[in-house]
Design a protein around this ligand. Structure first.
Ligand SMILES: Cc1ncc(C[n+]2csc(CCOP(=O)(O)OP(=O)(O)O)c2C)c(N)n1
Ligand SMILES: [Mg+2]
Length: 909
């Protein structure tokens, strides 16, 4: 007896060259016998023993990560379908129609709005099996599933919400027309734009998958720390096969496997196409992904063939059909999805007479009707059921579909399918016929939305299924209560300044502050310190012992530094997320923690501390995603400043993240100089986000240069506080050099404040110029307020104009006397120049434009022309421009200050 060859696990077994078929048969029969008599566990054991022996004897082993190109779950292990199959089919058809109509109408009425027909058309069954049988809502006791919908499939999700009665027709008419008036529907999942609907932005490809993995892990973290029982919440992550080319999509798979995240399911819609054409024309993306996921330790379920193939595979006793399935490449499969049954018969089955014989009882239409697994609810249900029941590993479902499924010959499977936004009349008619909908021909000129009556079996079934599963999804509900954030007095130790001879960096100050916050009675346990393997760099290793490092395994070893007070402590209920070297992973954790108020109904307070240069620049897209998601938390950009982090050179020295931060609308960006400034900013931030509930987040720069910190001036504490928070306040009056002394105003921030203070002395002592000094904590904030004031004036021309803070501080009647304004910082000039239009008399900025390099701080500050001497020079130059001093003085100053006018331009060197 020849055993069924489908049991052969490997692609590369050449079935035509078997030198001893009867010996082969004996082995296979033996295996079959063991499986039958003793079960799969025993067979598994024997195979492992055999493999170990083969390895010892140096028998080359085939890849173990790939299985044949057939469904992982054979028909005999398929559970019965629990739903009303035919009703669900009708529902699917209604959803598909309205999803198409939404995109079609948008583009017919408003050319250029865009949208996608083909993605959802291929994925409808993948979602519907979830909606009808798996996705848990939050309405009952269940914590609710967290579902990352593929961004381009949003029309299908809206269409279902329309049928469920969550969105009205008017909303559908406003798909992609979001500017008021009118109920706009966002192009893709955006919680910023639809805060009651979408939870997770996914449309920047790759960000959904990595966010999903860390979300699933964060669920465990909350659970292990006893903050919330998340054991029933499943993370579903839907993505495209083309999307898996993004490094972020596959780059954190090992995390999910290592953490045994069986609360996570990936569903990859393998329609074999991306935007321009095939994902892997010359190979098979499903096989490639299977190997990758298997290799990383995931449970892989392939759903390749629909049930029409079952009898063919059953009769494939010599394995020839599977051999053919294995050898055809995706480019050919795509071709089969556009050509007719005769073509498939000739080119797929025609490779071998025995294969042809297998389908001779089928008509060409029936051959064409051999569907793919991703369009078969039975196969999908079996896969999803198996995934949710699987223990100890995350699961990926690789579902094969056709892109643009049933959208007609001009669209389905074509290379242009992704960009198709409308169907022609003929296409509409055919689609309507295929879906069997009662829409008259004459209506197709402007295809209407179609919703059967509320009491129709379809709508009743939909509602009933969703009610049974805990209500509609997606639904974003911010259920978390406000937190009692610390009073200002809790920060008083930071208001005292440093003692003589005990200089500190803002990084050191922050480490102390975080340690203190972790001990806070009210919010201490809500704090989530996140660090990508740099705690020691930032002097934050005390956290390891104080709060413990989260590990789902606890600590299975005695750390080398166990005898020390600050040993490396991993704990199941550890609080610190020590992520290892992954800024993308850390950002994904930041995202999960910063949005827990909406996803889990508990507010968490992430402080993500990182090498500033590897923050907004490297993971800027995730920062954007965080803003869209209305996340709350603190991004702490440590070792910031182009010349302050001096020895590390070009790749590390960050002089532009503050500029990048300017572009993120709800991100507040601050550069504190003194401990009290940092404390006031953090205190205010905690209150605004967690007590007052503002959807904002913070980027705060921290620097590693130690200097003396001033105390918060007690008698002016309120005014200083307001200035710190609004971005600017006066630190020092001008020295009294007599009424005739020329005057300037210097703005400084961060470590460069020390250079500004030295410049103030130089100006006074060497040049008789009296300089006021201001601390500029946030140019972004100053600009935002000024722009708002200007906008108000534009729209209210007859109202009293509002004077923004920056103009209040630097303008006014005495602005002329107070002299020119010079700003210096360790950042590119544009950071400071954000406020230039609002500074009466203009602003001259001294910044660090250009690539960094390593050297001493003084050398670098001279190189970038931001040291005290260059700031002094700039002040004199501006005075000369205004005729307050002679130009000859500036020329002389160059010599006195020892600045070489022919030095290299840092921007170009
Ligand atoms: C980071 C990023 N790059 C590019 C795009 C543009 N884009 C949108 S959809 C798409 C193709 C998607 O193909 P696939 O992932 O296979 O999804 P399908 O529509 O086939 O299900 C591309 C390139 C994007 N949205 N995000
Ligand atoms: Mg695709």
């Amino acid at each position: 007896m020849i055993p069924a060859m489908r049991d052969l696990p490997y692609d590369d077994v050449d079935l035509y060259v078997d030198s001893d078929p009867s010996e082969t048969a004996e082995w296979l029969v033996s295996l079959d016998e063991v499986v039958r008599a003793k079960g799969v566990d025993r067979a598994n054991y024997l195979l492992k023993r055999l493999l170990a022996r083969a390895q010892r004897d140096r028998v080359e082993l085939p890849s173990l990560v790939q299985t044949p190109y057939i469904n992982t779950i054979p028909p005999q292990r398929q559970p019965d379908y629990p739903g009303d199959y035919f009703l669900e089919k009708r529902i699917r058809r209604l959803i598909r129609w309205n999803a198409m109509a939404m995109v079609h109408r948008a583009n017919q009425h408003f050319a250029g709005l865009g949208g996608h027909l083909a993605t959802y058309a291929s994925a409808a069954s993948l979602y519907e099996v979830g909606f009808n049988h798996f996705f848990r809502g939050k309405d009952g006791d269940h914590p609710g599933d967290l579902i990352y919908f593929q961004g381009h499939a949003s029309p299908g999700v809206y269409s279902r919400a329309f049928l469920e009665g969550r969105l009205d027709e008017e909303s559908l008419h406003h798909f992609r027309r979001e500017c008021p008036p009118g109920p706009g529907l966002s192009s893709y999942p955006h919680p910023w734009l639809m805060p009651d609907f979408w939870e997770f932005p996914t449309v920047s490809m790759g960000l959904g998958p990595i966010a999903g993995i860390y979300q699933a892990r964060f669920n465990r973290y909350l659970h292990h720390r006893g903050i919330k029982d998340t054991s029933e919440a499943r993370v579903w992550c839907f993505l495209g096969d083309g999307e898996t080319d993004e490094p972020e999509s596959l780059g954190a798979l090992h995390v999910a496997a290592r953490e045994r995240l069986d609360n996570l399911t990936f569903v990859i819609n393998c329609n074999l196409q991306r935007l321009d054409g095939p994902v892997r024309g010359n190979g098979k993306v499903i096989q490639e992904l299977e190997a990758t996921f298997h290799g990383q330790g995931w449970n892989v379920i392939k759903v390749i063939w629909g049930r029409e193939w079952d009898p063919l595979i059953e009769r494939d006793i010599d394995g020839l059909l599977i051999q053919r399935m294995n050898e055809a490449v995706d480019g050919e499969y795509q071709r089969y999805s556009v050509d007719d049954g005769a073509y498939i018969r000739k080119h797929f089955f025609g490779k071998h007479p025995r294969l042809l014989r297998m389908v001779e009882h089928l008509t060409d239409d029936q051959v064409k009707g051999l569907r793919r697994g991703g369009h078969d609810m039975h196969k999908l249900y079996a896969a999803y059921r198996s995934a949710v029941e699987h223990k100890g590993q995350p699961t990926v479902i690789l579902a094969k579909t056709v892109k643009g499924w049933t959208l007609g010959a001009k669209t389905q499977g074509r290379n242009i399918t992704h960009n198709r936004k409308k169907l022609d009349l003929e296409g509409l008619r055919k689609f309507r016929d295929a879906l069997e909908l009662p829409i008259p021909d004459k209506a197709l000129e402007d295809p209407p939305f179609y919703r059967p009556p509320d009491n129709s079996p379809e709508l009743e079934y939909m509602r009933e299924r969703r009610a049974a599963l805990g209500g509609s999804v997606p639904k974003r509900i911010f259920a978390a209560g406000a937190l009692e954030t610390p009073e200002r007095t809790a920060f008083s130790e930071f208001f005292k300044g440093t003692r003589q001879g005990r200089p500190a960096s803002t990084t050191m100050v922050f480490a102390r502050m975080l340690g203190k916050l972790l001990r806070d009675k009210e919010i201490g346990d809500r704090i989530v310190p996140i660090i990508p393997d740099e705690a020691r760099t930032f002097g934050m290793e005390t956290l390891f012992a104080q709060a413990g490092i989260y590990s789902s395994l606890g600590q299975r070893y005695e750390p080398v530094d166990h005898a020390q007070l600050l040993s490396y402590k991993e704990r199941l209920d550890g609080q610190v997320l020590e992520e290892g070297i992954t800024e993308a992973g850390s950002m994904a954790s930041f995202l999960a923690a910063g949005t827990a108020g909406a996803t889990h109904g508990v507010q968490m307070i992430p402080f993500y501390t990182f090498y500033s240069m590897f923050g907004l620049q490297r993971t800027g897209d995730q920062v954007w995603q965080f803003g869209d998601m209305r996340g709350r938390g603190f991004l702490m950009g440590a070792t910031a400043g182009r010349t302050t982090l001096n020895g590390e050179g070009l790749q590390h020295e960050d002089g532009h993240s503050l500029l990048l931060a300017t572009a993120v609308p709800n991100l507040l960006a601050y550069e504190p100089t003194y401990a009290y400034e940092l404390a006031l900013i953090v205190e205010d931030g905690l209150r605004r986000m967690y007590a007052d509930g503002e959807d904002i987040f913070y980027y705060i720069t921290l620097q590693n240069e130690a200097y003396d910190h001033l105390p918060l001036p007690e008698e002016e504490a309120e005014a200083v506080r307001a200035g710190v928070l609004r971005g600017l306040y006066k630190l020092y009056d001008a020295p009294d050099l007599g009424a005739d002394a020329p005057r300037v105003r210097l703005l400084g921030s961060g470590s460069l404040m020390q250079e500004v203070l030295k410049a103030r002395n130089l100006l006074a002592e060497r040049f008789g110029v009296a300089a006021e000094v201001y601390s500029a904590t946030s140019y972004k904030r100053l600009r935002a307020e000024a722009v708002e004031a200007r906008r108000h004036a534009l729209f209210h021309p007859e109202a009293e104009p509002i004077t923004p803070h920056v103009t209040q501080v630097l303008g006014g009647p005495r602005a002329q006397d107070a002299g020119p304004v010079i700003a210096a910082s360790d950042w590119v000039r544009l950071v400071m120049e954000q406020i230039a239009p609002f500074v009466p008399g203009g602003l001259y900025s001294m910044g660090t434009d250009g690539y960094g390099r390593s050297d001493t701080r003084p050398a670098l500050r001279r190189f970038f022309e931001v040291d005290a001497q260059c700031i002094t020079l700039a002040a004199l130059y501006r005075l000369a421009e205004q005729g307050m001093v002679h130009r000859a003085l500036v020329a002389e100053a160059l010599k006195i200050l020892d600045v070489n006018p022919d030095k290299a331009n840092p921007l170009k060197s």
